[in-house]
Design a protein. Structure first.
Length: 113
């Protein structure tokens, strides 16, 4: 999440998408302006949205996103890597660390991700 990506999925972006497009957000809840999303769905600008993340986690039961017929809510499990997939990266980084080589997949705190 960065200042540039916060609320990036908003009315202006939805209106630039082809009418009837759909979105899937597996990234950060704060990327989506919820009221803009529901307005775009209600108007037919968007036909569907699939959401795995939300501004408030867990999503409160009274949140209108739960009840919108064009929204599919996922259980916040879109990115659950299998150990067999990530273990080679961990081993490689341990090898790199031991040899004083640059590590891979580092977080850039200045960039915010």
């Amino acid at each position: 999440m960065t200042p540039e990506t916060r609320q990036i999925l908003c009315e202006g972006k939805f209106n630039r998408m082809p009418r009837g497009a759909a979105i899937i957000n597996l990234a950060r809840g704060e990327h989506v302006v919820d009221c803009d999303l529901m307005a775009a769905l209600d108007s037919g600008q968007l036909r569907a949205a699939t959401l795995d993340v939300f501004r408030t986690e867990p999503l409160p039961i009274e949140d209108p996103l739960w009840h919108h017929p064009a929204i599919t809510i996922l259980p916040h499990t879109a990115r659950r890597p299998r150990a067999a997939n990530i273990l080679p990266q961990v081993v490689d980084n341990l090898r790199r660390l031991g040899k004083g080589e640059p590590l891979l997949q580092l977080v850039n705190r200045e960039a915010g991700y």
